[in-house]
Design a protein around this ligand. Structure first.
Ligand SMILES: C[S@@+](CC[C@H](N)C(=O)[O-])C[C@H]1O[C@@H](n2cnc3c(N)ncnc32)[C@H](O)[C@@H]1O
Length: 256
């Protein structure tokens, strides 16, 4: 607990809403859970790394790779990318110190704190406007884009904030969630290079008898693109979340 409080107080952030609206707290909580659930989560992280290496392997040119949602870097094959690309851009709203230390080991790796929805300021002002994000679309040196376990997370904090602070209806919340997901998908589809989307597709809860007790469409009813492979990520093992329940996400890969 002391470690988490220290992280909260000492992590630098580029935007005040990262601290005020809960992104930093989420990043710290996820990092603590990753340590506790290392045995279950490592398999998922290795799948992500292998997928990214596969997506990079047969590219004709490897100037710049853009990893969106790099976060903890636990699912990023950083050594490989730093060796095989001239420039590695790691994008997220928040980077804890461990990620900053890891990135600092490489002269061609850059951490960029950036809101990939390009809409959070307006959301937190209570007048959400979801534009088409545009950053890096015109950078011809980008040869590979990876959206990494991010797309289904984009609505969570913004929608929660609007419900609590501006009392938007359930219908408005659902529509905003869908808009944020669609807009990220459109953004990815507008890159001229190869794009690898790694994202959960559904989340299933089980009881101790291995019976399904709940199922969630993590895509807010947006149609995800066709997948090339998938695996299970035991996100919440027994003992972590609700009593006698575990939660398993199915994570899939799409090449756009
Ligand atoms: C499930 S985590 C995955 C992060 C990383 N791949 C990992 O496993 O540690 C989702 C990430 O999305 C980031 N994120 C959420 N909304 C974002 C936004 N609007 N712009 C950029 N990053 C965002 C969070 O900070 C978080 O690091």
């Amino acid at each position: 607990m002391i470690r988490e409080i220290w992280q909260y107080l000492t992590t630098p952030v580029a935007f005040s809403y990262v601290r005020n609206k809960g992104f930093l707290k989420e990043a710290i909580a996820m990092s603590a859970r990753a340590r506790r659930c290392r045995r279950q989560w490592d398999k998922h992280y290795r799948h992500c790394e292998e997928t990214i290496v596969d997506a990079a392997k047969d590219l004709d040119s490897r100037h710049t790779v853009l990893i969106i949602g790099a976060g903890s870097l636990r699912d990023v094959p950083l050594d490989y990318l730093a060796q095989h690309f001239e420039r590695v851009l790691l994008v997220d709203l928040v980077f804890l110190k461990a990620a900053r230390r890891q990135a600092a080991l490489y002269s061609n790796v850059e951490l960029i704190e950036h809101d990939v929805t390009e809409s959070l300021e307006s959301v937190f002002d209570g007048a959400p406007s979801i534009p088409q994000p545009s950053r890096w679309l015109d950078d011809e040196r980008v040869d590979l884009v990876v959206s990494l376990n991010l797309i289904t997370q984009l609505p969570l904090i913004p929608v929660r904030q609007l419900i609590v602070n501006y009392r938007i209806s359930e219908l408005q919340a659902d529509e905003l969630g869908r808009e944020l997901i669609r807009s990220h998908l459109d953004y990815l589809q507008r890159f001229a290079c190869r794009v690898c989307l790694i994202a959960d597709r559904e989340s299933v809860e089980y009881n101790v008898y291995d019976e399904e007790t709940d199922r969630l469409d993590t895509w807010w009813e947006v149609e995800p693109p066709p997948e090339t492979e998938s695996w299970e990520w035991e996100l919440i093992p027994f003992g972590e979340g609700r009593a006698n329940r575990r939660q398993v996400n199915r994570v899939a890969v799409s090449i756009l």
